[in-house]
Design a protein around this ligand. Structure first.
Ligand code: PEP
Length: 253
């Protein structure tokens, strides 16, 4: 299976010109990485322009969120149908930053379902805020997954990507980096939660890691973390670093 490397630009950069520059840098090198599926998730306002610039290039685009209805009186929301119409193929759902602003497990469940219905691959983010000696994070992650996927059928589960993102390892204020061992343990656990619910088809679900992924640790996570891809925040805005991560992913068996 190809490695999946996703860049989450969050609410960056501040202008379309800068978005174009970052994209152009990645576009120049993207063709070299045949063993990698590259997905960029810029802010929604840049999607149309970048997708238009992307003609004939292998990069795919993702949204950073979506709403669960197709159209109507929902001020400020963007529907899966609208994104699909633009050519968007993926959407981050349940990112910890969106959860912090009020997205609950029920909303996330609807978003995952609506995303699949529109032909958009949901990148479902799960992960604990803290770890404690009682290992409550296992139950926490289990509940996040079970609720988000509670109305997903066996047929559809392989259309979902699960991103394990321990909140304590995300962003410039991260407590510390996760270790590949911690990542692998949770990846195995997520696979078990999925196979208990969906059966053997669960082995086809892509599980990726996110949380301060960078060129110095990408190899460790991809080779020893039990995951087949990375969700990259900060370093996806730096063309050189993102290209280094793609290069590492391309070399790993
Ligand atoms: C993220 O927010 O999804 C993320 C992984 O960010 P960073 O790589 O900056 O920790």
């Amino acid at each position: 299976m190809k490695k999946l490397i996703i860049g989450n630009w969050k609410m960056n950069p501040p202008s379309v010109k800068e978005a174009e520059n970052i994209f152009s840098g990645i576009k120049k090198v993207a063709g070299k990485f045949e063993k990698v599926d590259i997905v960029l998730c810029p802010p929604a306002v840049y999607l149309e322009h970048l997708i238009w610039l992307n003609k004939k290039v292998k990069i795919k685009f993702g949204a950073q969120d979506l709403f669960w209805e197709e159209m109507g009186a929902r001020t400020g929301q963007i529907s899966p149908a609208q994104l699909a119409d633009l050519g968007v193929k993926y959407s981050i759902i349940g990112h910890s930053e969106a959860r912090e602003l009020g997205d609950g497990d029920e909303e996330i469940m609807r978003k995952v379902k609506a995303s699949i219905r529109a032909g958009i691959t949901p990148i479902l983010c799960v992960g604990e805020r803290v770890r404690d000696v009682h290992h409550f994070h296992f139950a926490f992650i289990k509940k996040q997954i079970e609720t988000a996927l509670s109305i997903i059928s066996k047929n559809d589960i392989k259309k979902v990507v699960i991103a394990y993102e321990p909140v304590w390892a995300i962003g410039k204020n991260a407590e510390r980096e996760a270790t590949p061992e911690e990542c692998e343990e949770i990846a195995i656990y997520i696979r078990k939660v999925l196979s208990d619910k969906f059966g053997p088809i669960a082995k086809e679900v892509r599980i990726i890691y996110g949380g301060s992924a960078n060129p110095a640790n990408a190899e460790k996570f991809l080779a020893h973390g039990g995951v087949s891809g990375l969700l990259v925040g900060r370093d996806s805005l730096n063309t050189k670093k993102f290209a280094e991560i793609l290069e590492i992913a391309n070399k790993i068996k």
